[in-house]
Design a protein around this ligand. Structure first.
Ligand code: 8LE
Length: 465
């Protein structure tokens, strides 16, 4: 087998074709697994031969990292965590000894975009970047994009790999790209006018930004459905596009298809989790592009279809900074392709509810496990919801309290008291804990131009909301 595959092909299918590569996308899963394990073998051997980090990391394993031939052997390799990356990059700055190419051969440097702690650094070689563009183009084809489409990218062009990864795919597919960005003062108002003038066919961003954009458009007298006329919006970065009521709200507000995508920046090509134009909700797992396991959060054992666990990712053709068995810390469930009600005919597993949270975002309040995305789902389903909320968790004596600050819509038909009681009741029936609810006017809470940050857990942090 040729490993890695040659990058740089410009060939594209016929625009009427459903598939970029029909054989690859629709083959029997068993056949695909044979290819995946071969690629895993090559990837692990390559990392072992070229990275001092992996040689050290695998020094105690009972299998030969230069000759992995089965999934059973592969599953004996240790799990790599985000802390391992941070520690390694601290000790061997800036890239860590994951880097398997010479520093001078790095074509692009990206990083994590968080504001606290040492950022993680990603060095990507040109071949890897070219392959990322091709894979993203292939996946965007399944989303319904075609070369004659015009696509606006409305997430920040910072170190964030979401924007750049989307751009790489859209460029490779041959669309007209409009890398607009986000995050500057006044940029959302400008985005509204640019979109109304230029009429892009598709938009990429975060779901919370889409709602903010739609709200801003309405404030400026536009109807986003009529005046923008998007065919499809594709999202990554946070839950939302697979939170049923949020998804419906975006679909209705913009009258277009919504597609959820995204794994993690480390795992770029991060579009390897992606909905397609036929999927009702959730994402297919393109596991011959990035191999994905679902592991038990406690035992790290591999889980069957139907179970809930942590997606753990392995690059299959990465020469610059490969990640092998990388623990995402996210929570999801998965199912076999033929259990999914999707007409597309692809034979990948599916995450029917998307990624609904990070294990460390899960709030445990009075013994109940609560994901912020569950609360989001309930609120978006209320007609008079004003589109933004905050969660505050506090310890009062021995008991934890769940406090919600919720906006009521300007044109609400219910009064604030009635809305308050409705929110209390709906949330209690969903999560089993009665929240203290504060109702505020629409627009009172800050909107995000990037990823929403809606939770303050004051049990751990003594900070003001
Ligand atoms: C639910 C995938 C990308 C580049 O958009 C991104 O956000 O990468 P990043 O900044 O490394 O953040 C990764 C984390 O964002 C994931 O671990 C997960 O918690 C969250 N995330 C990304 N996409 C989704 C998501 N959560 N649904 C998604 N579609």
């Amino acid at each position: 087998m040729n490993w890695p595959t040659a990058a740089g092909s410009d060939s594209r299918p016929d625009p009427d074709s459903e598939y970029w590569d029909e054989r690859q996308e629709t083959r029997p899963p068993g056949e695909r697994r044979d290819e995946i394990i071969e690629k895993i073998g090559e990837q692990v051997r390559y990392a072992y031969d070229n990275s001092e980090f992996y040689r050290e990391f695998y020094s105690d394993v009972d299998v030969d990292p230069r000759n992995i031939t089965s999934f059973e052997e592969f599953e004996q390799l240790p799990i790599l965590s985000s802390d391992d990356i941070k520690q390694e990059q601290k000790e061997h700055p800036p890239f860590g000894r994951f880097l398997c190419i010479d520093e001078e051969d790095i074509a692009r440097i990206y990083g994590t975009s968080g504001t606290t702690g040492r950022p993680k650094v990603f060095g990507i070689g040109q071949d890897d970047w070219d392959r990322i563009g091709e894979w993203h183009a292939q996946i965007l084809w399944s989303v319904g994009l075609r070369p004659d489409d015009r696509v606006i990218i409305t997430s920040p062009f910072i170190q964030y790999l979401g924007s750049w990864g989307a751009l790489a795919g859209v460029d490779h597919l041959g669309c007209t790209t409009f890398p607009f960005g986000a995050g500057m003062e006044g940029q959302t108002e400008q985005a509204v006018e640019w979109i109304a003038d230029l009429q892009p066919d598709a938009l990429y961003g975060t779901p919370s930004y889409a709602l903010y954009l739609g709200e801003t458009a309405e404030e400026r007298g536009h109807d986003p459905a009529e005046d923008f006329d998007f065919k499809v919006m594709f999202f990554s970065g946070e839950p939302g596009a697979s939170v049923p009521s949020t998804r419906r709200q975006i679909e209705t507000m913009f009258d277009c298809e919504v597609v959820d995508q995204g794994s993690m920046a480390e795992m770029t090509p991060w579009m390897s989790n992606s909905g397609c134009r036929h999927l009702e909700n959730g994402m297919h797992v393109w596991n011959d592009i990035v191999y994905t396991e679902l592991l038990d959060p406690d035992t790290e054992e591999s889980l069957e279809y139907g179970a809930e666990g942590v997606p753990t990712y392995t690059h299959l053709e990465r020469t610059s900074q490969p990640m092998i068995r990388y623990w995402s810390g996210d929570i999801t469930t998965w199912e076999r392709h033929d259990e999914t009600d999707c007409e597309c005919g692809r034979t990948y597993p599916t995450l029917p509810k998307g990624i609904y949270g990070r294990a460390d975002d899960m709030l445990v309040i009075r013994g109940k496990n609560i994901f912020p995305s569950q609360i989001e789902d309930q609120l978006h389903a209320l007609d008079d919801y004003g589109d933004e909320f905050r969660i505050v968790v506090e310890r009062e004596g021995a008991l934890d309290s769940l406090q919600l600050v919720v906006e009521v819509a300007d044109d609400a038909e219910t009064g604030p008291d009635e809305f308050h009681d409705l929110v209390r009741q709906e949330i209690k029936s969903e999560v089993g804990v009665t929240p203290d609810v504060t109702v505020v006017k629409q627009g009172e809470l800050d909107r995000t131009q990037f990823k929403a940050d809606r939770v303050k857990d004051k049990r751990e942090l003594a900070i003001d909301v």
